[in-house]
Design a protein around this ligand. Structure first.
Ligand code: ZN
Length: 974
């Protein structure tokens, strides 16, 4: 599944293919529709082995799991809906074919928000044998307990018939109501489903666990002018005898699959089909989207994706068709239902000239994510939610990897690093969020929490590390073995390890690596390591510690290259570092070393000053000697906020070679270093000099490229101009600001496009102009660009007005858009930060109601911008008030206050070095409390807020500082 959150992401999807290339004779067993005889699926019972130890705060007294002494073989499900008439009650009946694994008098099923009318024991034909059966329902565990008329023995099979009704939900979960506005401005209702993680139980009483597979035979009674689609093709469509406007659509049996993969949609959607040969793929959407061609781009991508996946995995997609349905009222990004992927509508629509071009890449990756799930998730399912990452980690990695195979000239793997790996690094160091990949959960709430950055982005990053370590080809072979052995069964990580090991041993005999042991250190432990690399005489010493603190030891595949023996292509490990330290002897003096080639390892690297100096000198002498990918890596490894081995000003030195750097992949990573200084120097007297440093770096490029596009120039030049101009504007180059201001004036006058940099353009805009831009934002196709930058205003009243639209229930903004307004305001300036803090303080109850958990996330993100005690005091008051009202726990408050404390600590400990490098002159204030401020950032910041004057920090200068941060952030955060 793919889920959109403000600070994290989750997705799901699928497709089919016209031809199946290169599937050799060793392909795994194929399961065709005709094979779906439940008698042949004895392996279903193998999914029921012992449970793991509970990891977290689950209540041991309450059992949410089914006893698994019986298992489902097949559901015969019938549903009826009149959603077309805005009647939201639905009725259902299900006959469940059950096999008994242990003698029992009881059957337990999951059910949610269903009104059970009757339960009977029936025979295979549905004839009643005993009725009604006694039952009991537990609201907390959502378990329906049914008492059988007699004990059944191991191996017995029985059929339960249950009649019930329910309500199509409004929250986008279970069997739910959705709608769209048609071309006559009329709301059209339809019914659809979202069952992952635990909502299949809302459509029928069932065994709603991910390790259990069963076949479903589905019939839906619905309005005749509507169409019903589901996982499988339609078998028949027949009139309803006593209700001529209605029909019953019956589908072919599904393969044995987990309950959460069942899906169906009853709507008047239109569709467009691919040019299929043996597997038809359709995109279903509201009629106007189909008619206007808004789905055409996505439709063009489904065949290449499935074709490439089948080629890569050497396993055919097993179902006879694939439908892709686009739904406006969809709370996730997409869902990989077997044979019927559902998507959030806007994430799949693309119109040339209307939508940002990058949408194309995200559509391809989204389709890829859901298609990968057809293999990892659907063909192989995780034995329990403990291993959610076996679904989501693969889908996350391969959504980029397969996209890259299809479009190697594009930057999908770079997007993997920027979007996935970077997110994992960011989250997996936060005490409250960092977790192992494997841990046990049981309640629906905790199961839902498994769909997090840990399962998705960390899962993908750990897999990427081992893919690179054992080589792409061997990893691919191991996955082929894994798919073959575990085809249509439930897996644990050990099943993956075993098959990768087989491939690794075949391709690298005598490798001496126990992948089960090695991979377990990454799967069972939270966090990731930092490898400190130091020159000690004529050797290199490496030491690992858990990044952010901790005693964990990981077995790290260490790849590296050196100046005297450069090889950037072989990314396999030269050593597996399983202890706390490791050494490289005989290391040439003055050589540089780059560790973690390609940044494929899920670990960070830190060099000492000597090694950084060697590398920086190498870049200054001839940066082309080091591949662009690894020049980029230098900006990722050089983290001035955490490097305790080297002087922080080496980061300035690293940036200084950029005046000769023209590679965009490098420039796109510069913000990793630059952003750290923007953050910590916020509001300090060092920012003006820092600005000058930035301008001196970008000016040579702007002198060469000019400010406006030139006829016939390359795309790279145009893109580089865009990047360096952003830095220039952010550093308050007047020429740059004039250009952007004029563009805004032209836009408002109706004579120019909206291509201006919104942040720079609005910084001093008056209230009326700002309101005009807010009105423009509401209707503009690139709404997000406005949302992300309208908070750049330096006027507190304007900002207050802007923030207030978050709470306006009538302006049509989505929850996500409201959250973005908050997220992209406080970070733009000191004024914005203060205004936002006041706004939250006054409205946290209402904000919590509107934004939900994302308010908590934002309070955490906000800590990056609080570096002094003045804002910290306000911030702490907010946390206290929210804790008092139970919006935050004590642990959540501690996490946030610790984050700010570490900012303040950084500023205090690095100030002298920064001030010396940037030639910050000693300054004298007229305040009585601080007679001198030789680089005491707090006193300077204080002066910016008060009426006292501080030589060297005039009010206009302060305004400039504010703007600098605003613009840096607005232009560089992606
Ligand atoms: Zn997914």
């Amino acid at each position: 599944m793919v889920g959109w959150k403000i600070t994290g992401i989750v997705l799901l999807c699928i497709a089919s293919v016209t031809s199946v290339p290169i599937i050799d004779n060793e392909q795994p067993p194929q399961l065709t529709v005709q094979d779906t005889d439940p008698e042949s699926y004895d392996f279903l019972a193998s999914t029921l082995e012992g449970k793991e130890v509970k990891f977290n705060d689950e209540d041991d007294e309450v059992e949410y799991r089914l006893p698994n002494n019986t298992i489902p073989l097949k559901y015969y499900l019938w549903l009826s809906t009149k959603v077309d008439q805005e009647i939201f009650e639905f009725s259902g009946r299900v006959r469940i074919h059950i096999r008994v694994l242990e003698p029992t008098l009881l059957v337990k099923l999951h059910a949610r928000q269903l009104n059970i009318e009757s339960i009977s024991l029936v025979n295979e034909e549905g004839d009643i044998l005993a009725s009604p059966l006694l039952s009991n329902y537990d609201l907390q565990t959502e378990i329906l307990l049914i008492v059988l008329p007699n004990e059944f023995a191991t191996g017995d099979e029985l059929f339960l018939h249950i009649e019930y009704n329910g309500i199509l939900r409004e929250d986008g979960s279970g069997f739910y109501r959705a709608s769209y506005i048609d071309s006559d401005d009329k709301r059209v209702w339809f019914a659809t489903t979202q069952f992952e993680m635990t909502d299949a139980r809302h459509a029928m009483p069932c065994y709603d666990e991910p390790g259990l597979r069963a076949i479903t035979s589905l019939s839906i009674q619905h309005y005749g002018a509507y169409t019903a689609i589901s996982n499988m093709p339609v078998l028949s469509r027949e009139s309803v005898e006593d209700d001529p406007d209605y029909v019953t659509t019956t589908f072919m049996d599904t393969p044995p699959m987990q309950s959460y993969l069942l899906a169906f949609i009853v709507s008047n959607y239109k569709y467009k089909s691919n040019n299929f040969v043996d597997v038809e793929q359709r995109i279903y959407a509201k009629p106007q989207a189909i008619d206007d061609g808004e789905c055409d781009f996505a439709l063009g991508e489904v065949d290449p994706m499935l074709r490439k996946l089948q080629e890569y995995f050497q396993v055919p997609y097993p179902l006879p068709k694939m439908d892709h349905a686009l739904i406006r009222d969809y709370i996730w990004g997409a869902m990989e239902n077997f044979g019927l992927i559902t998507y959030q509508e806007t994430s799949m629509l693309y119109v040339e000239g209307r939508d940002p071009v990058t949408r194309k890449k995200s559509i391809i990756e989204l389709i890829g994510h859901e298609y990968v799930h057809q293999y990892f998730g659907n063909i192989i399912n995780p034995k329990w939610w403990s291993y959610t990452w076996l679904n989501e980690g693969f889908a996350t990695l391969f959504q980029y990897y397969i996209s890259d195979l299809i479009y190697p000239e594009s930057d999908h793997m770079e997007r993997f690093q920027n979007n996935a790996q970077a997110a994992a690094f960011r989250v997996d160091v936060i005490a409250s969020d960092s977790k192992p990949l494997n841990y046990y959960v049981e309640t629906p709430e905790n199961i839902r929490a498994k769909f997090s950055t840990i399962s998705y982005q960390k899962g993908g990053s750990v897999l990427r590390m081992f893919q690179s370590a054992i080589t792409d080809e061997t990893f691919k072979k191991g996955l082929y073995y894994y798919l073959g052995e575990m085809y249509y069964t439930a897996a644990t990580p050990q099943d993956l390890h075993r098959n990768l090991q087989t491939a690794y041993d075949e391709d690298f005999p005598g490798n001496g690596v126990d992948l089960d042991e090695v991979m377990t250190t990454w799967e069972e432990q939270a966090g990731y390591p930092l490898v400190n690399v130091q020159r000690t005489g004529s050797s290199i010493t490496m030491t690992q510690t858990r990044y952010g603190g901790g005693n964990e030891i990981y077995t790290i595949p260490i790849s590296y290259t050196t100046k005297s023996n450069p090889n950037f292509d072989d990314m396999t490990p030269k050593l597996w570092m399983s202890e706390n330290t490791a050494a490289i002897p005989d290391f040439p003096t003055n050589d540089w070393i780059i560790v973690n080639l390609g940044l494929n390892g899920y670990y960070r690297v830190n060099y000492d000053a000597s090694l950084w100096q060697s590398l920086i000198e190498g870049l200054k002498e001839n940066h082309q000697m080091i591949s662009a990918y690894h020049r980029k890596q230098a900006f990722i490894d050089m983290n001035p906020s955490t490097n305790t081995l080297a002087d922080v000003t080496l980061a300035f030195e690293l940036m200084s070679y950029l005046s000769a750097e023209t590679d965009l992949t490098v420039w796109n990573t510069v913000s990793r270093v630059e952003g750290v200084f923007s953050k910590y120097l916020f509001g300090t007297m060092a920012h003006e000099q820092y600005n000058e440093l930035i301008l001196s770096i970008v000016q040579p490029h702007l002198t060469r490229l000019g400010w406006v596009e030139r006829v016939g120039e390359s795309e790279d030049d145009a893109n580089l101009r865009n990047v360096v101009a952003s830095y220039s504007c952010s550093a308050l180059n007047q020429e740059c600001l004039d250009v952007e201001h004029q563009k805004l004036l032209d836009f408002l006058a109706g004579t120019g496009s909206a291509s201006f940099r919104v942040c720079e353009a609005v910084r001093n805009a008056d209230g009326n102009t700002h309101k005009l831009l807010i009105d423009t934002m509401y209707v503009h196709d690139d709404k997000l660009n406005f949302i992300q930058n309208l908070g750049c205003s330096l006027n507190a009243d304007i900002l207050k007005n802007y923030l207030s639209i978050i709470l306006d229930p009538f302006n049509g903004l989505s929850v996500g858009e409201r959250a973005q307004i908050l997220l992209y305001t406080y970070r733009h300036s000191a004024t914005a930060l203060q205004t936002t803090l006041e706004f939250i303080h006054e409205n946290f109850g209402a904000l919590d109601h509107v934004l939900g958990d994302s308010l908590k996330d934002q309070l955490l993100s906000m800590t990056s911008y609080i570096n002094d005690n003045i804002y910290f005091d306000v911030y702490k008051r907010i946390l206290s008030a929210m804790q008092a009202e139970n919006f935050l726990t004590s642990a959540e408050v501690t996490t946030r206050t610790n984050a700010v404390n570490s900012n303040i600590e950084w500023v205090n400990s690095n100030w002298q070095s920064v001030a010396a490098y940037l030639n910050i002159q000693e300054t004298t204030t007229t305040t009585t409390e601080a007679t001198t401020t030789t680089g005491s950032p707090d006193s300077i910041t204080t002066s910016t807020e008060g009426a006292e004057t501080t030589t060297g920090a005039s009010p206009s200068f302060i305004a400039s500082l504010i703007l600098i941060v605003a613009c840096f952030v607005s232009n560089l955060l992606i």
